[in-house]
Design a binder for this molecule. Sequence first.
Ligand SMILES: [Mn+2]
Length: 473
Amino acid sequence: MDDHRAWAESEFGDADFGDVRLTYRLVRMAARAGKNPRGVVAQVFKEGAERQGAYDLLGNGRVSSKAVIAAVGSATARRCNDDETVRLVIDGTSLSMADKANTKELGSVGAHKFRTRGIKVVNVYAVDQRGVPVGLLDIAAWRRKKKTKKAGRFVRRRDGKSEMACHWCPALETAVARLQEVRPGARPWIIGDRECDDARFLRLANSLGTFTVRAAQNRLVEPQRGRKRKLFSVARAGRSYGTRVVDIPATPMRPARVATLEIRVATTKVLLPLHDNGGHRDPLLVSVVYVREVGRVRGARLEWILLTNAPVESEAQADEVVASYRARWRVEEYHRAWKAGACDAEATQLRSFEAIVKWFTLLGTVASRAERIKQLSRSEPDALASIELADVEIVALISAKRLIKNSVEKVPNGVPTLEVATRWIADLGGYAGHYKGYKPGATTIMRGLQELAIWTQAATEFMTKGEIKRRLR
Ligand SMILES: [Mn+2]
């Protein structure tokens, strides 16, 4: 009956700590956090014994963060479809936390001169073919060591010790392995931003599946007729594949806009350095998809140089590469919902590194669920809400919405569409909705879900199954 319980069960029920009681406790804890997500543990668990239980579990050495992440990753893999392309968006971020007394197990994040402390994270986020988030396949978390004298922006660490080699690449490998273990027919398409333009990463991604990575470095490419050539000039001189008109979502720096993009395609071999072999380079055959905003532009013109190993021989294939890179927005939205937004993971006051990682993994599953509902309501607006909500939740939603509806809104009995239900949930969460063309985001949806949980609890206690069924007919 309890929908949050069923969700928590599917997300964490597989966690293996060698003791089923620990798994059971984690599921209960997740169900509570799903109902009432907050960054501060004490605000989620308000009853004394339950709160102590939560702290005990987070501090329990037998419950490793690795096992918690593994359970979440496998649950995501199971939700993926076999025989379909699954987009694996990999992105780094950091969670910064207050630590005035310097008593927490954190490291430095951002520029050293700012003294910000926190934890570095790489997420591998699965997005399906429609662009709907499926969840997290892997999370790598680490804290930076104290600054050593030589480490600076322009002093390279030995390749084998870089964050790319120690955290990014293993996270990607684990994510792909998890997906292929449960869904051997799924085709991974790895997507990364400019941070992923790294020789080691590109070689690995190329060996694991299809990839799209935005180029950051103007690398040497295979010479032509004995003349040296560079990647960016090859990209700009590519064959034109016409223009496309696309919606560009808003960023903190600028509003959403409609952009006209020119697409050019070239095929070449980029020469990737072999770090353990002097100045030698290893060629990798790629297609270069060059995307540039044309026409009048206010602010910075959008310009992407995308490296891919996908075949790009037609306009449709070029569009597919651009679409794959646009799926990267999903992970940015997820980071917002997770770190700030309704989950507010950065507000945690926990001290131990392990406890923090366990706790933010748990909050991450809550955030990705809200992102999934949001995106699903946009890509499948006419589907019935029953694909995401239990019957009792729908009945509770109808009652709750009736209480706050205005005089022209109609709230009939029966199962609403996903779009309508999501709008009602957001209304419960305080969605203003007076900007034309805007749709509710994950923060209001999550607040609405919290409100709905209270109504659902009441409906569960005071209504029989028969009554619920009757209302939905
Ligand atoms: Mn990034």
